[in-house]
Design a protein around this ligand. Sequence first.
Ligand code: PHE
Ligand code: ZN
Length: 849
Amino acid sequence: MAEATPQTIYLKDYTPFGYQVDEVHLTFHLSPKATRVVSRIEFTPKPDAVDRSFFLHGEQLQLIAAKIDGQPVSPDVTAQGLTCDVPSTPFVWESEVEISPVTNTALEGLYMSNGMYCTQCEAEGFRKITFYPDRPDVMSTFTVRIEGDEKVLLSNGNPSGSGEGWAEWHDPWPKPAYLFALVAGDLINHPDRFTTKSGKDVELNIWVRPGDEDKCAFGMEALIKSMKWDEDVYGLEYDLDIFNIVAVDDFNMGAMENKGLNIFNSSCVLASPETSTDANFERIEAIIAHEYFHNWTGNRITCRDWFQLCLKEGLTVYRDSQFTSDMRSASVKRISDVIDLRGRQFAEDNGPLAHQVRPESFQEINNFYTATIYEKGAEVIGMLKRLVGDEAYTKAVALYFERHDGQACTIEDWLQVFEDSTGRDLSQFSKWYSQAGTPRIKVTDDYLDGTYTLTLEQSTPATPGQPDKDPRVIPVAVGLLGQNGDEVRGTEVLELTEAKQSFSFDGLASKPVPSILREFSAPVIMERESTNAERAFLLAHDSDSFNRWEAGNTLAKEARVAMVLDAAAPDADYLDALTKLVRDDSLDPAFRALVLSPPSQSDLAQTLFERGHTPDPQAIYDAAETFAQTLAEALTDSLPRLYADTTVQGAYSPDAESAGKRDLNARMLSLLTRLDGGEAAARQYDAADNMTQQNAALACLLKAENGETQSQAFYDQWQGDRLVMDKWFGLQVACSAPKKAASAAANLTEHALFDLKNPNRFRAVMGALAMNQAGFHYEGGAGYQLLADNLIALDALNPQTTARMCSAFQTWKRYDSTRQELIRAQLERISATNNLSRDTNEMVSRILN
Ligand code: PHE
Ligand code: ZN
């Protein structure tokens, strides 16, 4: 069994630390098995402290020596940390500990990845490096000396000295320990420079292992664009002499915003046309921006405690989405974000893992780096901006920086600056932070004598621990279209505050067609009776591109729902609308690609479930197949031409426009493959000079079960490139027919290049299995068993990555009793594992309850 009684931490129990940390000096003597960390920390007791107990966190540390004001002391050490008698006046704490980076497979604290030392401290990893008050509200300046044989020795802040075998760094900005970082290795840099708007010259570097130096240019450009954008849009400037980014192969997450020394999963920074897809390029640009933006939203202003995580993450995701909208197409970005939100956050919010945007309790904070904190947290900021207006938003955010720079803050502080600068009462709005669950809005309408009335009724289903919900303030952006498709009322934001409320529009010549929830103005599920004819009308005429896409998406969903429930043939009107749209060259290719992309299998399962049906993953898969086949056949005559016309010629460029064209082209190829068995795909594979086209062709061929030659060729070509091999591993599972997905994944876990210890490789296989819905849920439960086997194996090595992957089971209650019993058995088996981590234990028990 897991730890006897896992401890639950509550927001309401927050108490400040009783000591001020004035300065931190750290010296690292690096050695793979026995790194020595010497700390010298100046503490001042706080005169007004409620709690004066001196507790320093510390885990898996071997204490060699401890002193207070130069005198040896013998603290009481437990598995969680130490306590010690300390003076009531300012004192200097010194300690020396020994740690073993090379055996650290959890990838938290100081560890090694391909021979280089690196750290990951968020959320609570610093306590695995030395004894410290490891909490975000304890901020201090750090001076770090690194001694080691590696060519490159990096830490936060500015370099303050170096010599043969050592380097010293000083970070003048007070920071919490979770932003500490150290890197040491034989690395190569891709350098550049940036001059801030006030004329400060900043040295920029992307550090990589030898061999990867030709994959840094795109990331560097993205960094420079981000620095410029934050100055232009938020007025925020960089504040050190140097900004370093390091690429690391073994990393639990995407990237980390350590002050002045961002550490990236190599998959989120390294890019080249030959090895990266368009999607990779876009994601890399966004993540570089995200981490850079944290320099202000997260680092200069940080979180008081981990319950406030969305304070930095929601805001920073919101900022990076603004950046991507500005760099690329705002409407394409919005549509993609909503697809992602529905796929991940709605699944979370409507199942056993539902939690508040600001949770009030947790056992393991690492389990709360979720779509709810990040993506719903960003949606909440988008709603706030919509409610107060753009100008008021800018003013309030400026006040936030002015008032709170250098502090560790709460959501209350954030909302207060909006209240103070706008005079608006945000108490009802704050429910978006305190109430979990996705609100439903039921819409009915009525037209009489030139007046059109919309009635909106809101309710939120119960979530674990929160049976009853109050009405929230929900911004619902609405426009009205006349019968000829012209807009008769431009977008207006209705503020829904009551459980049920009506809004009238008068002076209308005839009954309008409403376009509701434009730009997806709130993260809600809208329920409204409509017809396919009306949806097709909106798809053709709505001036709001999100809602045009949404109309098409709803048509696509309804067509498949009818196929699943009534064995209906694919809806003819919809097929007709689609074939027209595909051929309409006046439309943005990226938009056409999005309209053509089918609703996810998981989204369909959730829709069926909400309507009282038990979703059958195989039936959903079959409907999708039939639909695509029918569409391909309806397009028989034009597909070869459409495919040729959308093929991007010339040298590869990752810009948004070319990427949109290639996306549409890939959809044409996948339809065409249904007709030609893979001839065009094989040709594209042979001719491809970039990964986007190579990858797309291979996916089509594998899906058609006609890609063995190319899969082998791909392997031979790329076996030396870890990131490309992740694609190879993932594609085999993602493109497997449902019946074969689990065995394909099982075989891959036996492959010589499968490595449980590398999170990217683990996710490539197990993540792809979980995403292949019909394969994962294939009758018999082999997928469940395989995932559970691998989760159990990984938990002993890497609890964080294991726990995150458990969410593959979060939707289990949607399914039939046979599947539920199969899943329950696996969850119980995981739960009964000896020495199960706190991370996985918490996830599994929440999912089971
Ligand atoms: N703070 C990181 C980000 O969002 C994510 C992260 C969390 C990385 C925990 C590592 C560990 O940018
Ligand atoms: Zn972040």
